[in-house]
Design a protein around this ligand. Structure first.
Ligand code: HAS
Length: 560
């Protein structure tokens, strides 16, 4: 499909700005492993403090990259399936807000005024412009959603009996989840954090802020995941040479995400004393529920891949695994997606460990956690984002991939690094190694009385994995920008792989309508969250003063 220059430019900017920032994000990832392995035994390096680096790492990689990509990919998907371009004025307005927000937050982080990590929960305090930046980034990302929703309503009126394309359904569901969950963080930022950061209020209600954050925070992980799921369902079977096993399975999985992604945030607060056991139990059960669409996906996509392998001549029970196009340089998206899926097997299983209340008490706030989430957000999510960014740029600009052989190896190298890195972190976590801690200054410094020799192998393993990931990440940046600086030598078009369906079930209205699912979502949200907020309201102590991440004494007191 041919698209206008304006839409192309918009998508290119939305892809390339976060990729450029990723250099900084990946560098600080490597630095984390260096500090934590005790190679550096100081608070800062190159004038950037440990917590400042960790904040830049989390915010750039997990918030900026993912949000810009979701919008760019959404524009491409909606335009491709509706054969109609989204409103460019709205698109550019959204882009301007997102870039302004990113610049404000980047200024605050780089100048050392916002070392509050990507969760920015108080009593860590940032400069007001950091919070304003986050709010603008989010508001900017809402605008295209309203535009796409309008396009969908119009399309549906014209095609009442046609199934909504799965990719469009996924995009809309993803942005509904995003819109609903970001309402809570908007409240947190505008009503609690900015007045506190600006000095208009002297203390902050930590528990309320944290509960609002996690209302947003767990749904956020599915906002990261769903673009990858759209690719698994609608593209991967075709890239593998087969068909999607069941279209209905994809719809059921997507609607389950709509209903269950948000009302589970309290599983991040199992150790929070203000929330009572009953609510934790209920949201814990819902958390097991939100794993169901991923189990459905595992079986559906495995069946689709098996079909592809057999079509390629595979025999026996597992022979299909050997027949897939793992190293086809022209079909490199397959490599990015399959690597993500393999990592997600481990990311998903560790998530289920986290969701189990008793097991959670063992691993909460240990390095097990970053072990888990690097096999999810740095697994299927990151690989789908970088693979698709290269793909969209290359096909829409008509430029051939720079270093195609390296491009197809990147996901394997990355995954190998992640597996080593996460093993080190999770093993360390089980030995009590904390997350978000500059271990080199104490526990990994043999001269310190706190030295923990049993954490030397775990942090060294994480360092090794971190170095491999860094190399793979840098190779991606070279391939992406190398492609950008090539001359146009092919037809430029927006062309997404579209899988045929093996069981193309007849349209079932329930799985092609938003209303019943939105009602279910609202009811479950009320049941899961009203009691949680009542608890928070009842059990919150006095407001907290501001703290810095490296000092257990409040800032005001310690500076006296
Ligand atoms: Fe999580 C903490 C529970 C999924 C990200 N999670 C985090 C944090 C992040 C994160 C960033 O219950 C840390 C937040 C912080 O900073 O404090 N998580 C879960 C559960 C799932 C889950 C139950 N998480 C994710 C995803 C993420 C993500 C997805 C990012 C994208 N997580 C938790 C909990 C905590 C938590 C607690 C808080 C812990 C604490 O104490 O603080 C589930 O959604 C997982 C379900 C997934 C599966 C896997 C299905 C497998 C598939 C692959 C199939 C492979 C095929 C290939 C077909 C059941 C689909 C076969 C082909 C071959 C050739 C072999």
């Amino acid at each position: 499909m041919q698209v206008s220059k304006s839409l192309k430019r918009l998508i290119f900017w939305e892809l390339s700005i976060p990729v450029a920032l990723l250099t900084l994000g990946i560098y600080h990832g490597l630095m984390q492993t260096i500090y934590r392995a005790g190679v550096l035994k100081q608070a800062a390096f190159a004038k950037l403090d440990y917590y400042q680096g960790l904040t830049l790492h989390g915010v750039i990689n997990a918030i900026v990259l993912t949000t810009f990509f979701a919008v760019a990919f959404g524009h491409a998907t909606i335009a491709f399936y509706f054969k109609k371009e989204p409103n460019k004025k709205a698109g550019w307005l959204s882009f301007a807000l997102m870039v302004t927000g990113t610049l404000l937050a980047a200024w605050a982080m780089i100048s050392g005024k916002a070392s509050v990590l990507y969760t920015f929960y108080p009593p860590l305090k940032a400069h007001p412009l950091f919070y304003l930046g986050a709010a603008l980034l989010i508001i900017g990302s809402w605008i295209p959603f309203f535009n796409w929703a309008g396009m969908y309503i119009k399309w549906k009126k014209e095609n009442p009996n046609v199934k909504t394309p799965l990719a469009v359904l996924g995009t809309l569901i993803n942005f509904i989840i995003w819109f609903v969950c970001t309402l809570a963080v908007a409240y947190e930022v505008l009503i609690l954090l900015i007045p506190w950061a600006a000095g208009w209020t002297s203390t902050i209600n930590v528990t309320l802020a944290r509960t609002l954050f996690w209302f947003f925070g767990h749904a956020l992980v599915y906002f990261w995941l769903l673009p990858a799921y759209i690719m698994f369902y609608t593209m991967l079977p075709k890239l593998a040479g087969g068909k999607l096993y069941s279209d209905l399975a994809g719809r059921i999985a997507l609607f389950l995400f709509l209903v269950l992604s948000v009302p589970v945030g309290v599983h991040h607060q199992y150790s929070d004393p203000s929330i009572t056991q009953g609510i934790k139990f209920f949201q814990g059960m819902l958390t097991f529920g939100v794993a169901i669409p991923s189990f459905i996906t595992a079986f559906t996509i495995a069946a689709s891949l098996e079909y592809a392998g057999r079509k390629r001549g595979a025999k026996g029970l597992f022979g299909w695994m050997k027949k897939l196009p793992y190293l086809d340089t022209k079909n490199y998206m397959f490599a990015y997606l399959i690597c993500g899926l393999i990592l997600f097997v481990f990311g998903g299983l560790t998530g289920i460990v986290n969701a189990s209340y008793q097991l959670n008490t063992v691993i909460h706030n240990t390095s097990w956690l970053p072990g888990h989430f690097h096999m999810t957000v740095a697994g299927p999510v990151f690989l789908a984002i970088i693979g698709m960014s290269t793909y969209l740029y290359s096909t829409m600009s008509g430029k051939k991939i720079f270093m195609p052989a390296i491009n197809v190896i990147i996901p394997y190298l990355w995954s190998f690094g992640v597996l080593i890195f996460s093993t080190g972190l999770m093993w360390g976590g089980l030995l009590g190694e904390p997350r978000r801690t500059n271990l080199g200054m104490t526990y990994l410094n043999p001269k310190s009385e706190l030295f923990r020799p049993d954490w030397v192998p775990t942090t060294t393993l994480a360092l090794l994995g971190g170095i491999i990931m860094f190399i793979a990440g840098m190779l991606f940046i070279v391939v992406f920008f190398g492609t950008m600086f090539r001359k146009k030598n092919e037809k430029a078009e927006l062309n997404l792989a579209v899988s045929e369906v093996f069981h193309d079930e007849a349209r079932i209205p329930l799985f092609d309508k938003f209303k019943p699912w939105l009602v279910a979502m609202a009811i479950i949200l009320v049941i899961a969250y009203i009691p949680a907020f009542l608890n928070v309201n009842k059990n919150t102590g006095p407001g907290a003063p501001a703290f810095a991440p490296d000092n257990p004494v409040p800032i005001e007191t310690s500076s006296k």
